[in-house]
Design a protein around this ligand. Sequence first.
Ligand code: GLA
Length: 720
Amino acid sequence: MPITFEEKTKQFYISTDNTTYIIELLDGKIPVHRYWGNTLKNMPSIENTNADFNTIYCIENTENPSALSTGTLPLEYGIYGTGDMREPAVSVQLADGSFTLEPEYLSHKIYKGKRSINGLPSSYAVNDDATTLELTLADKASNINIILYYTVFEEYDIITRSTKIVNLSEKPIDIKRISSACVDFYDSSLEIVHLPGSWARERHIERSKPNHGIMRFDSKRGASGHCENPFIAMCEPNATETNGDVYAMNLVYSGNFEIVAELDPFNTLRTLIGINSFNFSWKLNPNEEFASPETVMTYSSKGFGDMSRNLHNFYRNRLCRGKYQHSARPVLINNWEATYFDFNEEKILAIAEKAKEVGIDMLVLDDGWFGKRNNDDSSLGDWYSNKEKLPNGLAGLGKKLNGLGMKFGVWFEPEMVSPDSDLYKIHPDWCIHIDGRTPHLGRNQLVLDLSRIEVCDYIIGFLTETLSNAPISYVKWDMNRYISDISSTELSHRYMLGLYSVLEAVTSKFPDVLFEGCAGGGGRFDPGMLYYFPQIWCSDDTDAVERLYIQYGTSFAYPTCTMGSHISACPNHQIGRTTPFSMRGNVAMSGQFGYELDLSTLTVDEIKTAKEQVAFYKAHRETIQFGDMFRLSSPFESNIASWQYISKDKNEVVAFFFTITGKANTLHKMIKLQGLETDCNYKCAENGKIYSGAYLMQFGLPAFQNADYISNIIVLKKEI
Ligand code: GLA
C-alpha cells in the first residue's frame, strides 16, 4: 500500500515510486512532519530525538510539562494559540472571540481513489490509481474538526493535499485562514524559487535565500495574476536542472492566493500555500464545512528538470480533461495583432484564404466582433454580432470558413461588462461594486459579480446560445482586468466558486469545443484553469526574445502543450524589436503553435517558410506537446536559451537552440542534451550524421553565438 499507518510508532508513510512523506502523531495526538524526500522505509519515532526539540522559553503543556512544545516541532499543520508562534496554517475565530484551537488526532481513513473537492477544480484518479489518507483532527473544546487530505499518485511521484474545516459546534465561526498545505522543513538551508512578473513579462524565475522572518508571495488581484504564480519550489543551495533536492508546491486555484515562507529562529522553514488570508473571512454556520483548494506537491533529488517533468506529466494526465487532453491541437491564425478592431468579413476571409494555403487549420476571430465595439470602451456584455463588420453574423462567417476547410474559433470575455453596453443599462447592479461608491474601471470595463447565481446563469445562457447557433470549434476565454471594489470578505472566493461552476457547465455542454484560457495574456495561468482549459495564452508579449524568458519560466510548472504561442509581425508590437521570421517560428513552435499577423503582408519567402513551419510542427508536434521536456540552457543565466523534447516512446528528440545576443570573436557553445540512452545511436534528420547518446549528452551539440537571434531546431531519431 502506498499509504500505511504503523501502530507502534504512530507514523503514516505516504509513498510514491521514488519518494516518501512521513507524518508522526506525537503522543498519539499531534501530527508532526517528520520527513519528505527519497524513499525511506524506517524513521525512528520522535521520542528518540527529544533533545532536538528542547528549547528554553517555550510554552509548556500544563498537563504534562515535560511534553515537547509545539513551538519548535516541525508540525504537519501549524496552529496558533498553544505555543506555536509561527505563521499558522489555520486561523479560526470562535463565537466567543478567541482564536485558540487544540486539534488532536481523532481518526483516519485510508482508501483507494480520490474524492473531488466540491465546487473546486482538482486532480483526479483513473481506475483508482491513487490512494487517499483522510486525517481527522478534533478540537474538543470548540467542537471544530480539521480534516487533512493526502492523495498519493505513486507513478507520478506526486502527493496532493487539501484541508477541510467542519463546524460541529452550535455557533457560527469565522475562518480567517485555511492553508491547503503546510510543510515544516527541519534544519533548513533551502533556497526559494518563485515565478514573479507583470503583464507581458509573466513568470520569470527568481531564486533567493530566505532570511529569518517571513517571505510572502501572493495575489490580491481577484485572479492568480501576472505578478506572481501560485507556485513555489524550495531547493538545496547547490540544486541545478539535473541535481539536488527540490520540493515544489502548486495551488490548484485561480483567485487570490498566498504563499508564506517563514524561517524560524531554529532554522525550520515553514511553507504555507492556500487562499489568500488578506481581507478574507468566511462565516461557517453550525454543521457547515469549508474545503480549501488542492495543492500539488512533488519532490525530486534530481533537480528542477525532474521536478518540472513530474508536474508536466501529472497535469497532462491527471488534471487536464476532455477531447483535447491527449490529442494534437489545431494550428491557428488569430486576427488580433493582424487587425485589432479594424476588420470585416471580407478581411477575415482574405486572411483565412492565405492561412489555408499555408496549412493552418483554424481561424480565431478575436475581440471586436460584437455590439458596437470598435475600441475597448464599449459593448462587453452585448454578445451579438456587429452587422456592419459581419453582415452574416458569426454563423455566416463560420460557414464560409468551414467551406474553405478551416475551423472557426471566437473570442469572448464573459466575466465583464462595459458601462457603455445594453447589458449594463438593463442590469447596472450586476457588476462588482460597493453600495454608495462609484466602481473603478480597468480597461474601461467592470467585472460581473459571479457570486450571484443569476449572473452565472446569464453567462451560461448566452454562451450556450452562441455556441449552438454557429459552427464554433474553439473559444478564447479572456479576462482583461483585475477585480477591485470588493464589498465583503467572502466575495473573492465566492466569485471563484461562481466562475468554476460556469466553466464546468459550459465546457461539459460543449465537449468538442477547444477552450483556450486568457487573462490579458498569462494573468490566470494556473492549475485551476488547466482543469477546464487545456491551453492558455501564455502572454500578450509576442516578441520572440521576451517569450524565451516567459516560456522558460512557465515551463517550471506547466507543460508545453498548455502554452499558447504565436508568430507575430515585426517590429514587434509590444517592444519594437525585429527578430528573424525563423526565430519567431522556432519560439512559437515551442508551445501551442499559431500565427497572429496579417499573412497577406508576408513576402514570398516568408510564406514559403510559414508553409515549412506548419508542416514541420505537424510532423513533430506529438513530441513537442506530449513528450518529456528537458531545459538545456537558461536565458536567465546565459546568452543562449535551449530546450529539448523526447517522445514518449523515446525514439524522437527535438532540440531547440536560440542565441539572444551574439558575441564577436567567439567559438560555438556546446549544449549537452539530456535524457537520451547512452548506448544508443541517434541520427540527425537534417544532415544524416549519427551520434551516440553518450556523445550528445557528454559533449553536446554546437550553438552558434556570432550574431544576435540565431535559432535552430535539430531533430534526432534513435537508430533501432
Ligand atoms: C487581451 C488578450 C489579447 C487580445 C485582447 C483583445 O489583451 O490577451 O490576446 O485578445 O485582449 O482585447
